[in-house]
Ligand binder design. Structure first.
Ligand SMILES: Nc1ncnc2c1ncn2[C@@H]1O[C@H](COP(=O)(O)OP(=O)(O)OP(=O)(O)O)[C@@H](O)[C@H]1O
Length: 260
């Protein structure tokens, strides 16, 4: 390759995907306990987009999220976050990547009870020795409607407010991508709608990238795109989802089985 071609390759803008997988296969166990949790999945999660992952129980949703977030290893194929290939990283580099480039929101809020909301929000950055960008932090906290609650402990906040603190914590470091696993699973429908609205606003208003696992067609309708998994395979996808269109697609997939 000529020197200028090499330069062009090096200087090329990063791909439009915040994360992507090619031929991602994950096998657990062996012999009689062997389970193919993911079977050659190819998927891209667009930068600045909100994607929902749906599928029946055991279809591989959490495994896909864990593999793409560097929380679990791949059996075959590749997974990138930005331009970084995960399997090329050792444990310490993976920890660093998760800390610097990925935000997590789980069903359980996972807040530290003795810390205030703002201390919880900045904790990952404090651990990493990074100074929060005060302007971004203010914008995030304001967008999530938490400005008046920052000195409260988790026990002094409602479930919805606690999950909003968890979303703010995920956003605070301005990660490449946020993975949310059933973020409204522990919330009543009103608080759930609020949290989903804020996740959507973090994508539309703040330009963040969110990937969310959910069983709920209403939750999925907050996303820009829904992908469907069945038996570890990507079987379908839907753009601009509504609760009705997601339900319809789930019914079709249930009746016809996965498209192979
Ligand atoms: N650590 C593990 N060891 C063995 N098998 C596993 C492990 N984790 C997941 N599996 C299996 O892999 C398959 C996919 O599981 P996964 O948790 O990804 O599904 P899911 O779609 O997230 O399910 P749910 O909606 O019930 O959370 C299942 O058959 C599951 O039993």
């Amino acid at each position: 390759m000529s020197q200028s071609a090499t330069q062009t390759t090096r200087l090329r803008a990063p791909s439009g995907a915040a994360a992507r997988a090619m031929g991602l296969t994950k096998v657990y166990g062996e012999g009689q306990t062997r389970v193919v949790a993911l079977d050659s999945v190819c998927v891209e999660f667009g930068r600045g987009r909100f994607t929902a992952i749906m599928g029946p129980s055991g279809s591989g949703k959490s495994t896909l999220m864990h593999c793409m977030a560097g929380l679990d290893s791949l059996s075959e194929g590749s997974a990138h976050v930005g331009d970084t290939e995960l399997s090329s990283l050792g444990d310490r580099q993976l920890t660093k990547l998760r800390r610097e480039k990925i935000g997590f929101v789980f069903q359980a809020f996972n807040l530290l009870p003795t810390l205030s909301a703002i201390e919880n929000i900045t904790l990952p950055m404090d651990i990493a020795g990074r100074k929060p960008d005060q302007e971004w932090l203010k914008l995030t906290v304001g967008t999530l409607g938490l400005s008046g609650r920052l000195r409260h402990r988790p026990s002094q906040l409602s479930g919805g407010q606690q999950q909003r603190v968890a979303v703010a914590r995920a956003l605070a470091g301005r990660p490449e991508i946020i993975f949310a696993d059933e973020p409204t699973g522990n919330l009543d429908s009103h608080s759930g709608a609020e949290v989903l609205g804020f996740l959507q606003e973090s994508v539309r208003g703040l330009g963040q990238t969110v990937v969310m696992v959910t069983h709920d067609p209403v939750a999925a309708s907050y996303a820009d795109r829904v992908i469907f998994l069945a038996d570890g395979r990507l079987t379908d996808e839907l753009a601009a989802p509504t609760p009705e269109s997601v339900l319809d697609r789930m019914r079709i997939l249930d009746t016809n089985g996965p498209v192979r």
